[in-house]
Write a protein that binds this ligand. Sequence first.
Ligand SMILES: CSCC[C@H](NC(C)=O)C(=O)N[C@@H](C)C(=O)N[C@@H](CO)C(=O)O
Length: 711
Amino acid sequence: LLGAQAVPRSATGAAAVAPLPKGPRAMVLGDWYRVVNVSSPAVSPDGKRVAMTVTRAVESENRRHSEVWVVNTAGGEPQRWTAPSTESSTPRWSPDGKYLFFASTRAGGRGNTWAIRLDMPSGEAVQVPEYPTGSMPTDGSFAVFTDAAVPAPQVPSADPFNTMPAMARPPFDAITRPAAAARFDGRHVVDMNYKNNGTGFVPGRRVPRTWRPQQLFRQSVGDTSKKQITSTAYSHRGAVVSPDGKWVAFIADARLRSDSVADLERDSLARLPYDKVRDEAERNDADIYVIDANGGTPRKVIDWMGAESALTWSPDGKSLAFIGRPVRTKSARIYTVSVAGGAPRNLLGDWQYEPSDMDWLSTGAIQFTADIGGRSALLRADLTGKTAPKELVGGRRQLRGASYDAAGKIVAYTATSMTKPTELFVANADGTGERQLTSFNKDVNADVVWSDADRFTYKSVGNMEIEGWLMKPYGYEAGKKYPMVIYIHGGPHSAYGEGWFDEFQNLAAQGMFVLFTNPRGSSGYGADFTYSTRGRWGMEDYDDLMKAVDIVAARPDVDSTRMGATGGSYGGFMTTWMATKTTRFKAIQTDRTITDWTYWYGASDAQGLTEFEFYGKPWDNQALYDTLSPIRYVNKVKTPMLIVQSEEDHRTPMGSAEIWFMSLKKQGVPVELVRYPRSNHDLSRTGEPWLLVDRLGRLRQWFSHWLIGKN
Ligand SMILES: CSCC[C@H](NC(C)=O)C(=O)N[C@@H](C)C(=O)N[C@@H](CO)C(=O)O
């Protein structure tokens, strides 16, 4: 049943890949390598084609591979447009239809933008320095983009520490120095942001701190020269050119203060103890401006309290739309405002959900995608803001990356549902006439019986409605009882939903029910829901999870004596928290866990999370950091636990796992710790394929051992 794939090495060193049994059958681990992911759809300006990124795992080489593929919107077989020997992704078409640009790092090139010529026969990808990247007017004659006008300060070539590894060099502000540069290869740290999940350790500066404000530049198509149109001490962000090419709208500091002043103010505020009046007051950090596309003095369009993003011109160039969030704890809304100024109009009113992206189509419609709980949909806003947005494409699935043709008639997007890995779809922009354009997962879908899940909602503490799903075990037969494992997501502000997910399928294939919910604190249900757990982590959200367990445990087909729990990151915290509170689970797996919030605060790269959620730094509110730390109650734990942690996880560093492991070991509680090398916080999502699959295998084995009695 396990289906673990042996990967013997051939004489050449490449791993041989064992053939998989034909289906229909349960998922085996080797199926993970067969699932293809489609992302970043881009509709050509004429609406005839869609380009996309197609990503597969190369099992024998323990890596992923991405290519750009193109399919006709009228249908037919998708074609690969980029070389299999290189990595290529995120395609976009030039407005004149002459090029398909994409991101790729290729030998002998500058930067990572490459293009395929569409106006003449061509096999090789080329770089086109005379074709600018940035926001373009309707005629596509030039682009506006932002860049620093001053070069980054260089370390002098005579610097005595130049030969040292970057992390070993004494940073600019350091007092201490190596006794001998050639003999120290450790890490010398002076700045706070010295490590980052994914990037790893970040070397300190060898030169004084400088500011390089982002300026507006323009470049004509067919010309490699770039004209700088602003020269200011503040940065320009989200710059977009008006359809007629006369104006540029951008977002900048509300008082146009220099970047250095704004940063130093933020740094000094950040050092102060938490203060509700100051820290929760509405702030106006940024506003919207317009400037002549050839430069000049900018004019403020609106003074709007909050943070603006996704600035977009109306097709007639008279208005601007933006996504605005008044304060962190309020839902983002779509607003429109006249370029001449005046009050912005809220198009979403008090609609519960939040927009993820937005397009103002040439037809005049404003469309966007939004998470609606665990599903996501394509919607059209009411331009008067009087009625709720109209859902154009929805259903029990997740839609991403809506892309339109120049006429605003066609929309392409990717979609996935519980039993269907991602594929590309196209529809009329009003949502009618939907068609599936790719079937990259046809073979694996034919072999594997993906388990489906029933959606349910339930009322929890304070009458709050919670959304949950129960996935059936593979081979489910009415009248039999099955074990159940609850999955708990992280964030805590993220969400599970209506998409194919390898982790759920992995356990369902072993003959277990998989329960997953979005307790309060999850994203996708509006900001009130998301921030309702502030200062109360592990309290009502724990109740939400346990209520779902109660509901499911009462089913005649669930064996309530064989239940398990698993979760990662904040979900990892929650599993250790559960272990201190209940013995109703027979086994728990805790992933990228957090067991001590004070340790986490010091060791993680994301202090901002608890500074906000716990009302300050540990010394501002030590009682809360302690009360919510599972390690304080570890003497209560009786449940066998599998701990999985990544050696290079700078988000939830190893110390939490180590103290948990040692504490359980000392108390005689069955515990295993698996430490993954060359892995960070994203092992389960973007990690090395062999390690990722190894982890899935261990989850299967752990729960099979404790809940089914076989391994
Ligand atoms: C202001 S810092 C945000 C931290 C971040 N939050 C989100 C929404 O992801 C985060 O990394 N939190 C971790 C503790 C966490 O639980 N991450 C989850 C979700 O990404 C995970 O599964 O790794």
